[in-house]
Design a protein around this ligand. Structure first.
Ligand SMILES: [Zn+2]
Length: 71
């Protein structure tokens, strides 16, 4: 007898927006460009949620960037 596996995309992705925003320097290029979720690296197509701003700097350059997560 096997118990049904509860895989709910809604509850799985809800955690992305609650993930603390990493320093901008730690973001992948895709996440930095706003094309991927900063928490799970999933490609974002529609309904991406603007979560906030990753901050950082590299030398004289400010790397602050808006980051998005799964809807
Ligand atoms: Zn995600």
């Amino acid at each position: 007898m096997t118990a049904p596996v509860d895989v709910s995309p809604a509850s799985a992705t809800a955690r992305c927006v609650e993930t603390p925003i990493p320093p901008a320097a730690d973001l992948s290029w895709e996440a930095y460009a706003g094309r991927a979720c900063y928490a799970c690296e999933k490609q974002l197509t529609v309904g991406a949620v603007l979560v906030g701003r990753a901050v950082g700097r590299m030398g004289a350059h400010v790397l602050d960037i808006d980051v998005y997560a799964c809807p």
